[in-house]
Design a protein around this ligand. Sequence first.
Ligand code: SAM
Length: 346
Amino acid sequence: MNKLGMPTPDVLHSRGRSQTVYHQRAAEAARTRFGRRVFVRGVLEISNYCRQNCRYCGMRRGNRDVARFRAHYEQLAQLILDHRPASVTDLNIQAGEDPVAVREVALPLIRALRRETRLGISVCLGSFAPSLYAELKEAGATLYILKFEMANPARYAEMEAPGSFEQRIESIRGLAAAGWFVSSGFIAGLPGETDEDLLANFALARALPLDGCSVSPFIPGDETPLAAAVPGDIDLTLNCMAALRLMRPDWVIPSVSALNIAEPGTGYRRGLRTGANLVTINLTPAEFRGDYLLYTRNRFIMTEERILTAIAAEGLAPSPGSLADFYHTRKVNGTPLKVGERAVNA
Ligand code: SAM
């Protein structure tokens, strides 16, 4: 790590004893800030229609083999109101970039949940005009997840990532300026990625006005132009997570389900051992899950049982307080955190 808290290539490629020590330091940093509690969020995948064509994503508009779905908001509202697991304090609404789903599913669903529950609501729906973001905020969502995907603009264009790199960054900054809490993220191990590319992700994350950040290993999607590419390395991904945690101890950093695809059975728990403090239970109705095709049809679905087992096995416990309340108060279990970094970096 250099003096700005940024990782070096050596640290990102570390293995063995030095890697274990690095991960322990990251886990310790998370525990010092957040205690042993992790936030438990549910995710609902509401549509797999997408107007973007990201080369790495199975939902890209060019993929003609995927059956497209758009859920009905009444079905989802009933599911969440009547059947959500007790541990879930927040809900994330996710979709391909589908303006129809935002209007016809996300907005009425958020309004219904806001009326009937205290759930914190986050959205991960893509890049839109500021007026649509404003409608989502007005409806009651408070956290926007918009990943910058990769910090090298030329690679971003090559991967046909959403819109242009400049627009994506402008959206992230615009959301924060409009009063959203914002989480972003990047993919580790995309084909052709250099150390310089990797390090640029940390510099960009650090410069953006963020409240959280994620790292996902690249998973070659079965039905994408990158199907035959080499998958992202789990150790590299975990080292990136540890580096993010040490760079920004105050950030909310998820253990993403793709870690379990990269390393079946153990990847997710290793994420929790590397300073993650957010887990996600998949609440998408079973009839749609198979077609929400980020990577492969054989997804490892993170059910409540799997999540609670993983947390307990790592000596962690579900947070009784929501992520949304945390962002509003910056307190964990009633104790204020030493924050201020956001103002400095914003
Ligand atoms: N459409 C929204 C957007 O663009 O922000 C949200 C949904 S998008 C499918 C969610 C995230 O999945 C993307 O931001 C990307 O980082 C991730 N993703 C897609 N394909 C992936 C792959 N093959 N490997 C790893 N992550 C992937």
